[in-house]
Design a protein around this ligand. Structure first.
Ligand code: SAM
Length: 183
């Protein structure tokens, strides 16, 4: 299992395609969740080199700098992070798109079939290619990105009497990994 956080193409407030900035919290929190649930890697997907270089510097600071000495657990978590410019580059790093299964996530219920977390969990317990669990930023993954996934997981639903469903990607990632992988 790998996780991936996409920063382009993603939806903006008005449904247009945007490129979101990498936020430091997403780097740290998703790497801690990935490491906690045994994901083999966390792909941060961003097309702008300056953004990737900024994160490279932050990762180097934690690897070799004082912070990593002060908080070694965080240093260990951040080692799962892999920076790539695009989903295509991620597929190449994993031996090609045919070598993996791409599972999408969304807060919206789609017209295309969605997979329950229970079914996703069962699929992971069986044999099969590595799975990349894809998360979006901004206002979420575009429809064509979700359609290109092998499976799309059902939305994480809140409380029975709550129509509010706007989780941060950090919360959504932790909940999804727990539902799919927790012992
Ligand atoms: N309204 C957006 C959507 O429909 O996905 C929420 C965007 S949220 C800030 C960014 C990402 O967090 C989403 O692309 C998705 O990967 C994940 N996410 C947020 N809420 C979720 C939910 N209830 N179920 C599953 N994934 C969720």
């Amino acid at each position: 299992m790998y996780i991936a956080l996409l920063h382009h193409p993603v939806l903006g407030r008005d449904g247009a395609t945007v490129t979101s900035a990498i936020t430091n919290l997403d780097v740290h929190d998703l790497s801690r969740s990935a490491r906690t649930y045994g994901a083999e890697g966390y792909f941060l997907v961003h097309p702008i080199e300056a953004q990737r270089q900024l994160i490279e510097r932050i990762l180097a600071h934690w690897e070799d700098g004082a912070s990593g000495t002060r908080i070694p657990d965080r240093k260990e978590a951040l080692r799962v992070v892999r920076l790539v410019p695009s989903l295509e580059a991620m597929y190449e790093a994993l031996g090609g798109r045919k070598n993996i299964e791409l599972w999408g996530t969304s807060a919206r219920t789609l017209t295309t079939p969605m997979v329950s977390f229970a079914d996703g969990r069962r699929a992971l317990e069986g044999e099969g290619p590595p799975v990349v669990l894809l998360f979006g930023t901004s206002w979420g993954l575009r429809g064509d990105t979700l359609e290109a996934c092998d499976r799309v997981l059902e939305p994480i639903a809140g409380g029975r009497n709550s129509a509010f469903n706007h989780l941060s990607v950090r919360s959504a990632c932790a909940i999804a990994l727990d539902r799919l992988l927790s012992e």
